[in-house]
Design a protein around this ligand. Structure first.
Ligand SMILES: Nc1ncnc2c1ncn2[C@@H]1O[C@H](COP(=O)(O)OP(=O)(O)OP(=O)(O)O)[C@@H](O)[C@H]1O
Length: 787
């Protein structure tokens, strides 16, 4: 047992041995959170003698769960059942496999991933004669997920409460639900919803699970959604041993529902809870850590905590500004070579991080050129991505008429040329001993080949075979993409990543064209590119540089880290800012913080000038770079005053900050586009939100400053000076209305509580008045969330 306490600092030791009750650990980057969580689990097993099947440990990703099981196995031996070290979804699958029959669904349900969802949608589209011009799959999948945030759809599936609708997207959704039901399939949203529904409607099942799970631990709590955490809260209500750990500064999934408030306000929700702050960093040098601290301080929504480290000072953080992305990639490759020769490190000690996948293109090209082995962690190499291969296949077919390219694109996008058609082409090619393309071109009148799609395809290729000399390659790519239908194929599929990658490819060709004195032709380009698409760099060694997005790097650490593409519009992402405004800026800053704090010995930030084809603007360094004082890093490369001036001017015109101005004051009566009249009862400048008490629904809701569907009801301002004690007519009406509504609601709530209380806990703790109130509160919050 003593070995479980070894090498822990005081806070870590406390986290490991405080096993009873509600405990929160706010653990900064590199503070040994994973280590503490793992040792705590082992301590509960080894020192307390608890069976692993009574401990639930929820992690955020499958990768983290695997890693944790591996580490726990080392500590507690190999015979234990570690299947309750899992993700939220993994746990829900366990519950449903055991008990889903209680809500009349079979235990052998199947789980649908996104591809399966698209297959179902394809069927629905075919039945209804729809095309992606009406709705893209991405739009429908978003709609489905949104609808699944309410309980209504569960009634549709499980209680067959069906109603008519005229709304087309709703019709698609309902057909999707019917198909799901017929196949007893559950998508990822369902796993959590079905589990909550099962527990809410079957108190005996909930009680069984509550009793089974004596100890519950949650990792990366800052990234849990409200519903996920409610599941945990429900489960913890019997034994009341809940341990949550996380770092609000590393919340990077707010865009998909993470609620860092769960961790931040844990002490308010559980006043009897204990908080442990772990702020000693063991990973990074002081130079790296102070850069991280310095950047994250600019965020408003956070628990203030400065991390410290006793590690030796180490080398300076470096910023490199390149004249173009070719130079940026080359500099990174050369610096890696220098590290390998001077720092006695291996390739796998180095990680290259970026915000968006397409950034990897220029880096990958320089690594290949310089013969540096690499792998793309959790992703695909740039030149192996489907969309890139498709575009290059068109170019190759135009140049070489080869069979590989032909097979890849003859039916991409779909021209109705299926398997049978291809068999006919292959047969004729065999008989005439020619390539597939030539066989098709020469036999378009043949009964089996004479199809509209085939004729148009051949016309397209022939046209560009003739015209290719008139085009520079970058224009040729654009023309072929547009005319072949590839552009609209990727646009309607709605996967913006793919379009960004194609733009990145065009970008690289333009760069090549502007660098070379003489224009390159298609043949030359394809020869150049063959270097990157041939996989001769593959070798069996595992010693490789790792390339990955910042999101993928979460929880990992590397001695040497490069953050590439530190460019405004990429980090912070222009798309995220467009969608989520000021909130996105904070999340993007946290992403930068995550990237910095992955580094142990050295951290580099690089960016380059040029043109951003995705945004259609010039490239400037990230606004975050300008937030860092000069003494935190050394600058390399030539960053001119003009670029700095232009970058700052561009930032000034950014409207993000203006949009978060507060428009209403406490006491104002406002009109909400859905919930009608409400009164502002509090404002929170830090979070940028109002608390508004809505009359019609009888609830108080947090509404962001940015929300446009809110207008002030005239004459409703808070009285000032002498008028302070006088109430306006409007206010008096308002108060009377609220009192009336409260009277009605009060009697209704009493009734509901009698009907829907969870089973009374038989242990002492569960019977206290305080916990009963809290439990009831949880039920009403759950109802709120799903109403
Ligand atoms: N008490 C300690 N003594 C020495 N090294 C430690 C101690 N605690 C943790 N470490 C080391 O510090 C590094 C960071 O630990 P860990 O990965 O557990 O941090 P973390 O809090 O999960 O980080 P992050 O949230 O940033 O991913 C690891 O290399 C770990 O071995």
């Amino acid at each position: 047992m003593e070995n479980l306490k070894e090498n822990l600092n005081d806070q870590q030791l406390e986290a490991v041995t405080e096993t009873e009750g509600y405990v929160r650990v706010i653990a900064g980057a590199g503070s040994g959170k994973t280590k503490a969580l793992t040792q705590r689990y082992a301590y509960i097993v080894d020192a307390l003698g608890i069976n692993t099947s009574n401990i639930l440990c929820v992690t955020f990703t499958n990768k983290a769960a695997q890693e944790m099981r591996k580490r726990v196995k080392k500590l507690v031996g190999t015979n234990s059942d570690l299947s309750y070290i899992t993700t939220y979804h993994g746990f829900c699958v366990r519950v449903l496999r055991e008990d889903i029959n209680k809500i009349a669904y079979p235990k052998n349900f199947i789980i649908m991933d996104v591809e399966d969802q698209k297959t179902v949608l394809r069927q629905v589209y075919a039945e209804r004669g729809l095309t992606s011009k009406v709705f893209t799959f991405k739009q429908v999948l978003r709609y489905i997920s949104k609808q699944k945030s309410t309980q209504e759809y569960l009634r549709y599936i499980l209680e067959s409460k069906k109603q008519e609708t005229d709304n087309e997207i709703e019709k698609i959704f309902r057909r999707y639900l019917e198909k799901q039901q017929r196949n007893f399939a559950l998508d990822f949203d369902d796993l959590l919803n079905f589990t909550l529904y099962l527990f809410i409607n079957n108190p005996d099942v909930l009680e069984k699970w509550q009793k089974r799970l004596h100890y519950i631990q949650v990792d990366e709590t800052q990234d849990s959604s409200q519903k996920q955490f409610m599941l945990i809260e429900l489960l913890s209500q019997y034994h009341k041993n809940l341990f949550v750990v996380g770092d609000p500064d590393q919340t990077i999934y707010e865009w998909r529902g993470a609620k860092p408030e769960i961790l931040v306000d844990f002490d308010k929700q559980f006043p009897e809870s204990k908080t442990i702050i772990m702020n000693q960093n063991y990973r990074s040098t002081p130079n790296i850590l102070s850069l991280g601290n310095h950047i994250i301080k600019n965020n408003k929504i956070r628990v203030d905590k400065d991390m410290f480290t006793e590690n030796p000072k180490g080398v300076d953080v470096v910023h490199f500004h390149a004249q173009n992305d070719y130079e940026e990639g080359l500099w990174v490759a050369n610096e890696i070579k220098r590290l390998l020769s001077e720092e006695n490190c291996t390739y796998s000690d180095v990680a290259i991080l970026y915000r968006a996948n397409h950034i990897s293109r220029s880096i990958e090209q320089s690594l290949i050129r310089e013969n540096i082995p690499y792998s793309v962690f959790g992703g695909i190499r740039f030149f192996e991505r489907k969309e890139i291969k498709d575009v290059l296949a068109y170019l190759r077919l135009i140049q070489f008429e080869d069979d590989f390219s032909f097979l890849r694109i003859v039916n991409t996008p779909s021209r109705g040329l299926g398997k049978k058609f291809l068999e006919s082409v292959a047969k004729i090619a065999d008989q005439q001993n020619t390539s597939l393309y030539t066989a098709l071109k020469d036999n378009l009148k043949h009964r089996e080949l004479s199809r509209k799609g085939a004729i148009e395809f051949v016309q397209l290729i022939e046209k560009y075979k003739k015209e290719k000399i008139d085009f520079i390659v970058s224009d040729l790519v654009k023309a072929v993409m547009d005319e072949s239908g590839l552009t609209s194929y990727y646009r309607t599929d709605g996967d913006t990543d793919r379009l960004d990658n194609i733009k990145e490819l065009q970008n690289s060709i333009i760069l090549l064209e502007t660098q070379d004195e003489a224009p390159i032709d298609l043949m030359e380009y394809l020869q150049e590119i063959a270097l990157y698409t041939d996989m001769d760099i593959e070798d069996d060694s595992n010693d490789r540089i790792k390339l990955m997005t910042i999101h993928t790097s979460k929880g990992l650490e590397f001695p040497f880290v490069f953050l590439c593409g530190f460019t405004e519009g990429i980090l912070p992402s222009a798309m995220a800012i467009k969608e989520r405004r000021a909130k996105a800026i904070e999340e993007e800053r946290r992403l930068t913080y995550v990237a910095i704090t992955r580094a142990e010995k050295a951290f580099y930030m690089t960016e380059s000038e040029g043109y951003n084809f995705s945004l259609g603007t010039s490239k400037y360094p990230s606004r975050f770079l300008f937030e860092i004082s000069d003494n935190y890093y050394v600058s390399k490369g030539e960053l001119s005053q003009e670029i700095i001036k232009a970058a700052k001017a561009q930032l000034k015109s950014d409207t993000t900050q203006q949009l978060i101005q507060k428009k209403f004051e406490v006491g104002d009566i406002v009109h909400h586009q859905i919930w009608k009249e409400g009164k502002v009862i509090a404002v929170n400048d830090v979070k940028g939100e109002y608390q508004i008490e809505f009359l019609e629904i009888g609830k108080t809701k947090p509404i962001t400053y940015e929300f446009k569907g809110l207008t002030k009801v005239e004459g409703s301002s808070e009285p000032t000076g002498d008028d302070k004690n006088k109430k306006t007519d409007l206010e008096e009406d308002w108060t009377a209305l609220i009192e009336e509504k409260d009277r009605k609601r009060g009697s209704q709530l009493l009734k509901n509580d009698e009907e829907e209380q969870p089973p009374a806990n038989k242990n002492e703790k569960g019977n206290s008045k305080q916990s009963k109130e809290k439990d009831n509160n949880l039920w009403s919050r759950l109802k709120d969330l799903w109403s």
